[in-house]
Design a protein around this ligand. Structure first.
Ligand SMILES: Cc1cc2nc3c(=O)[nH]c(=O)nc-3n(C[C@H](O)[C@H](O)[C@H](O)COP(=O)(O)OP(=O)(O)OC[C@H]3O[C@@H](n4cnc5c(N)ncnc54)[C@H](O)[C@@H]3O)c2cc1C
Length: 343
């Protein structure tokens, strides 16, 4: 059995960000990823641009948007900014780039390495390989095995359905249509030669078949044919119940750090990965970034809770939210998971 300072279960953006930072400080790190390829993931690929204090190269971004189109049942608003508000990223390319950066820092990455068992100081893969650790990081997404091993339940989940549609789409659009998407929303997030078109809703708030059917009809009214295409769907964990558990850490979706309101979670995965690494390196480290992310996460959960009553109250809450965005009472950055106050 080979021993590592830190074993990270899951090679998504959270796991790779954590691994890179630890390896740069000379720690021996192993990332175990169940898929044969790092990167590809059901995702719309939107990342808040203003929050990106990350050292990612410009070439990674598919498109950048200085405006956001938001439509609800009763309103339409265009949020404008001099600089980009949101960028889109192809998850395959992001994963490849992050994996190469991690490997260059000295991280060992094993693909096709599904972790099946976790004990106090070692993990075991499907192939029967065992790896010892001093620290274990659960970066294994919304159905996290590490989280289950810690005995942490997951009640609050969202579901996202995505279609990647070829074509050139000029606008980034959000559609908060309460009649057909409940307290969720549909989106059009343009990439280079395609767009991610999909829908997000709180699990259990609307029947999945109805949500999908409504998305198809909504798209057809915009001359977008989705029905004959293959959808991809995945759960998004927004049930945050802590991230530090002695020598175990949970980050990103495994920790439930995606927004329950919007389903956004790439940025919080990366930041929580880096902050977990800093805490592993210095147990006395007080993460202000995590404090801000958790505060934003709780705010989103509260708005979602308010918008989970009757159909009429939900509509009023969502319309109120769009009104506040339209009039500038609430900045668009309030919708984004992340750090929008100077530290
Ligand atoms: C339809 C849809 C659209 C979305 N759109 C956006 C968006 O526009 N913007 C945004 O910010 N977020 C979006 N999200 C959410 C985003 O995809 C996640 O929040 C983000 O990927 C979380 O990163 P992570 O590193 O925590 O986990 P993941 O990216 O899920 O990575 C976890 C990794 O762990 C691996 N793994 C799991 N279990 C094991 C195991 N037992 N052993 C080994 N490996 C394992 C998985 O294969 C995976 O590679 C969307 C999600 C969906 C479903």
């Amino acid at each position: 059995m080979k021993n590592f300072h830190t074993v990270i279960v899951g090679g998504g953006p959270g796991g790779l960000a954590c691994a890179t930072l630890l390896a740069r400080q000379g720690k021996e790190v192993l990332v175990l990823e169940r898929n044969s390829v790092i990167g590809p993931k059901v995702c719309a690929g939107g990342i808040p641009a203003v929050l990106l204090d990350l050292d990612f190269p410009e070439e990674l971004w598919e498109k950048s948007f200085t405006s956001q189109n938001i439509r609800s049942n009763w309103q339409h608003t265009v949020i404008q900014s001099a600089s980009p508000i949101i960028r889109t990223v192809n998850r395959g390319r992001l994963g490849r780039w992050m994996a190469e950066r991690a490997a260059a820092a000295g991280v060992s990455i094993a693909t096709s390495a599904l972790v099946l068992e976790i004990s106090k100081d070692r993990v075991r893969t499907r192939e029967g390989e065992e790896f010892g650790f001093s620290f274990l990081v659960g970066a294994d997404g919304s159905s996290s095995l590490v989280r289950r091993q810690l005995g942490i339940p997951t009640a609050e989940m969202g579901i996202g359905i995505n279609y990647q549609v070829p074509g050139n789409f000029p606008e980034m659009q959000w559609h908060l249509n309460n009649d057909i998407f409940g307290n969720g929303y549909a989106w059009i997030f343009p990439h280079q030669d395609t767009a991610s078109i999909g829908v997000y809703a709180k699990r259990g708030s609307i029947r999945l078949s109805l949500l999908l059917n409504n998305l198809h009809q909504w798209a057809a009214r915009r001359d977008l044919e989705l029905k004959s295409r293959q959808p991809q769907a995945a759960l998004i964990n927004s049930d945050f119940r802590g991230w530090r558990f002695n020598n175990y850490f949970l980050i990103g979706d495994a920790a439930g750090l995606a927004s329950g309101l919007t389903g956004e979670g790439i940025y919080s995965a990366i930041v929580s990965g880096e902050e977990a690494a800093r805490t592993i390196l210095d147990p006395g480290y007080e993460s202000q970034k995590m404090a801000q992310i958790i505060k934003k996460h709780q705010l989103h959960a509260r708005v979602l809770e308010l918008a989970s009553g009757t159909k009429l109250t939900d509509k009023l809450i969502l319309e109120g939210l769009v009104f506040c965005l339209r009039t500038g009472l609430v900045p668009f950055s309030a919708l984004e998971m992340g750090i929008d106050q100077p530290l």
